[in-house]
Design a protein around this ligand. Structure first.
Ligand code: PQQ
Length: 536
């Protein structure tokens, strides 16, 4: 058993590269691969049924918490809206609270109190705010060190993601892909906050990719936002970042062409922002099928050869495998049971569309605008060699009507609605990349309102937010349920695991609260469960 050095708060670039996660969880997905895989082994399929709630932290956030907390040396860092908190990871006691009001006058996702958490380097924390500022806080005190606004101009920009620290840079994105902004990924010097590079996801006239847009100003409002953290391969020195739908969402008539680099995974050089390769999942998207789902980096044997792969369950209803060195498309398997926008995916990875498209009076298309899956995290387990993700079976009636872009207003160019006569459903899926088959699918019993992700552990467990407002643990090999705990609120967040003094915890946000779980004390005594008092 190791003893945690509490309060040291030192995370170096080398530590961020570790893929064996023991005590700490130092970035949004735990490590750079995006696997959400914890190497901790205290909780196993044999004892998971004994998990107990430990402490609960109530945030003053007005929306639903979406952050994954980080834990470094016994200190947890959590966000809610524009607020950041440092908590004692064993008790939930607030060590500091950096309070910043939400920004008034923002629209759409930016006004939704959404924040997915912080990034850390050394003794500094980095956080995106709702109005697309990058804050640098002192991790020991919560004091603001600097504040850089990074999306000037179009007021429809916002930010909801957690930043990604790579070497000496902090990499950020924006929201607003449904609101007529022009997307980008930007990198800032982690010490000074000075901008190092910016990759515009919508090319300007004359730039590569601009031929996939009509002439004129459509590109200035073309979407392609970057509202989830990317992943990073230090050996290939490449970051992988997903982009959103094009803008306007449903009226494709004003943006004829494939609309690069929307609905893509981008392979970028983290030092320069230069594009190495891209893959577009849904060319000329008409259904809000953002490709911001985590591009998970896996090294595994594929078709008899060890390969460096990306696996991604995409919102368009297919799960994809690529070679991440070259960008070569390897496979796409349909996971959405209700899917009618594509007849299939061709050998190059390009969808073969049906003739369905959004229309003035509405067209029923599946998956729905919420996607066959969405930003809630998938997980790849080194213990089972399976890829797990939550999927949503749902359709929408998509309507399109040509509208002009207007600052201060969303730019969907009409809308998508759920059909009251249809019942949506969620599944936790176990996908075997080697065979292209689903080993099991665990049908959820709720009304498909959760937006909860999954994680896996070295003992073969998969932990996730189920669709009945519960945190649940299953055996990853069989999908057998081992334990669940009712958090009594919708879960719109993904779980993580950490340890302090050798004791393993799980944490997941639900509603306004963050819950933690661990095994009872080995002497059989029940631990006390300190609940942090509500402060308002
Ligand atoms: O295009 C965009 O910029 C953008 C941003 C966001 C966001 O920032 O959270 C969402 C979406 N799109 C989106 O399509 C979507 O379904 C969605 C769900 C959520 C959420 O927090 O649950 N955010 C977003």
């Amino acid at each position: 058993q190791t003893t945690t050095k509490r309060g040291e708060d030192i995370i170096t670039s080398d530590e961020l590269r570790k893929t064996t996660l023991l005590e700490n969880w130092p970035s949004y997905n735990g490590d750079y691969t995006g696997r959400r895989y914890s190497s901790l082994k205290e909780v196993t399929p044999r004892n998971a049924a004994q998990l107990q709630a430990q402490w609960v932290f109530h945030s003053r956030n007005a929306g639903i918490l979406e952050a994954t907390p980080l834990v470094v040396d016994g200190i947890m860092y959590m966000t809610g809206s524009n607020d950041a908190y440092a908590l004692d990871a064993t008790t939930g006691k607030v060590l500091w609270h950096h309070a910043r009001p939400v920004t008034q006058g923002l629209i759409d996702d930016a006004s939704g109190h959404i924040n997915r958490g912080v990034a850390i380097l050394g003794t500094r924390l980095y956080m995106e705010t709702d109005n697309a500022h990058l804050l640098c806080l002192d991790a020991r005190s919560g004091n603001l060190l600097w504040d850089v606004g990074y999306a000037p101009g179009n007021k429809n920009y916002g930010a909801t993601s957690a930043p990604l620290v790579v070497k000496d840079k902090v990499i950020v994105g924006t929201s607003g892909g449904d609101d007529g902004v022009r997307g980008f990924v930007a990198a800032f010097d982690a010490t000074t906050g000075k901008e190092a590079w910016r990759f515009w996801t919508i090319p300007a006239p004359g730039e590569p990719g601009s031929e996939t847009w009509p002439k004129g100003t459509a590109y200035q409002h073309g979407g392609g936002t970057t509202w989830m953290p990317g992943t990073y391969d230090p050996e290939l020195n490449t970051i992988y970042w997903g982009t959103s739908n094009p803008s306007p969402d449903f009226d494709g008539s004003v943006r004829a062409g494939d609309n690069l680099y929307t609905n893509c995974v981008l392979a970028l050089d983290p030092d320069t922002g230069k594009l190495k390769w891209h893959f577009q999942f849904t060319p000329h998207d008409l259904n809000d099928y953002d490709a911001t789902e985590t591009p998970v980096l896996v090294n595994d044997v594929y078709k008899g050869k060890p390969r460096k792969l990306i696996i991604e369950a995409n919102r368009n209803g297919f799960v994809y495998v690529f070679d991440r060195e070259t960008g070569e498309f390897l496979s796409a398997t349909q996971f959405a049971l209700m899917q009618n926008w594509a007849k299939g995916i061709d050998t190059k990875g390009r969808p073969i569309r049906t003739d369905l498209m959004p229309s003035e009076n509405g067209t029923r298309m599946c998956p729905s605008y919420a996607g066959g899956t969405n930003w809630y995290s998938p997980t790849y387990s080194e213990a089972t060699h399976l890829f797990y993700f939550m999927s949503l079976e749902d359709c929408s009636v998509f309507k399109a009507h040509t509208e002009d872009f207007e600052e201060g207003h969303a730019y969907y160019s009409t809308g998508a609605a759920h059909l009251a006569t249809e019942h949506d459903k969620k599944y936790l899926n176990a996908y075997d990349m080697a065979t292209g088959k689903f080993l099991w699918r665990y049908a959820q019993t709720g009304d498909a309102h959760s937006f909860a992700g999954a994680m896996s552990t070295a003992t073969g467990l998969v932990a996730f937010g189920n669709d009945a407002d519960e945190f649940e643990v299953v055996d990853g090999s069989s999908g057998t349920s081992l334990w669940h705990f009712n958090v009594g609120q919708q879960i719109h967040a993904s779980p993580m695991s950490y340890a302090v003094d050798g004791k393993q915890y799980f944490a997941i946000a639900a509603g306004n609260d963050l819950f933690t779980f661990a095994l009872p004390h080995p002497d059989g005594k029940t631990r006390s469960v300190p609940v942090v008092p509500r402060t308002h």
